[in-house]
Design a protein around this ligand. Structure first.
Ligand code: HXH
Length: 338
């Protein structure tokens, strides 16, 4: 296959191209995934609540299937995610007597979880989102109030990175967050990762989730975020990219197919994003989409229930959209220039 015939092939000299998958889409999108992507992330199957529903119970089956799919097809796997305030079961934070678990108990549980999970996928997963979304969106507040923060204290993230490094010394360890290009939040994320590095935490990269839309964030804000994070000397990845056709405040439910104007703007945005990513190919090691094609996206249900969205490069029939050709032609024109 000519490398220009696939998305991942088009960027094979630049960065990995990934997709988030689940137990359903590794079947329904199988051929598309094999053809166009060279990296996978489990959308939910490697989260704490999916893998570790009770202290002595691990449920690895669904995650194993995704890891197996990646191995079978020679794809990379990004682990997502070890320590997060969401999708983590209550038992982790309870003492079993109606009270809250002590710092020591929480650290022991965190360590046991990280060890078990990372070692299970050590042969397949080359990197992990160790901490997800720890920074606050609110005003001057720096760290998000969470049961990890309250129960352990501010060093919970240093500990998480240390445990992860111990579990798999070869794994690349990421801090991952959203609204990452918002200048105020960008500075909080920068400060957090800088502090972690100063405390000796083995952080190797920052994940920019990249849940963007037709107007936000601006290209200038994306560039500034990349520059700022890269100044810490870390690798960067876009970890959960999608480009919603609805603005954040837009609550319309009467749009049942994307308008021509939406698709036109989306094509232009995707082209600009990948032009920028290509400029930063020395620091940017992966671009992962939060889905593979518009037939399934988490944005179909969120944040407006029942409203469909079309945020990806392939349509509901898994056929390439105009945005796909914008992105791929960009790298094709570069290849002929060189
Ligand atoms: C990501 N969060 C997670 O990392 C990923 O694991 C998950 O599968 C999907 C997206 C993004 C996110 C963060 C905050 C958030 C919603 C999504 O909070 C909101 C709640 C209501 C309205 C808007 C945002």
């Amino acid at each position: 296959m000519n490398s220009a015939d696939s998305l991942a092939g088009s960027f094979k000299n630049d960065f990995l191209i990934g997709a988030a998958v689940n137990g359903h889409t590794i079947v329904s999108q199988r051929e598309l995934l094999i053809k166009h992507y060279n990296s996978l992330t489990a959308e939910n199957e490697m989260k704490f609540e999916s893998l570790h529903p009770a202290e002595d119970t691990y449920t690895f089956e669904a995650a194993d299937q995704i890891a197996q799919f990646a191995r079978e097809h020679g794809m990379k796997l990004r682990g997502h995610t070890l320590v997060w305030h969401n999708q983590t079961p209550d038992w982790v934070f309870d003492d079993g007597n109606g009270g809250t678990a002590s710092r020591e108990t929480l650290l022991a549980r965190m360590k046991a979880h990280i060890m078990a999970v990372m070692q299970r996928y050590q042969d397949t997963s080359y990197c992990w989102d160790v901490v997800n979304e720890a920074v606050s969106d609110e005003g001057d507040e720096w760290l998000r109030p969470s049961r990890w923060l309250e129960g352990i204290g501010e060093d919970y993230m240093v500990k998480a990175f240390q445990f992860a490094h111990e579990a798999d010394p070869a794994a690349l360890l990421f801090y991952n967050d959203y609204n990452e290009c918002n200048p105020a939040k960008r500075e909080k994320i920068y400060r957090l990762v800088k502090t972690l590095l100063e405390q000796g935490a083995p952080v190797h990269g920052i994940g920019l989730q990249g849940h963007w839309n037709l107007t936000e964030p601006s290209l200038d804000d994306i560039r500034a975020a990349i520059e700022r994070y890269a100044s810490l000397g870390l690798k960067l990845q876009i970890t959960e990219m999608d480009v919603s056709v609805f603005a954040f405040e837009d609550r319309r439910t009467d749009i049942v197919i994307p308008t021509v104007e939406m698709l036109r703007q989306q094509e232009q945005r995707y082209r600009q994003f990948f032009e920028l990513f290509r400029e930063y190919r020395d620091v940017l090691t992966g671009v992962t989409f939060w889905g593979a094609a518009d037939d399934y996206t988490w944005l179909d249900y969120f944040p407006v229930s029942g409203r469909k969205n079309w945020p990806l490069l392939f349509d509901t029939e898994q056929q390439p959209k105009g945005a796909y050709y914008e992105v791929v032609h960009l790298s094709a024109s570069r290849a002929t220039e060189q």
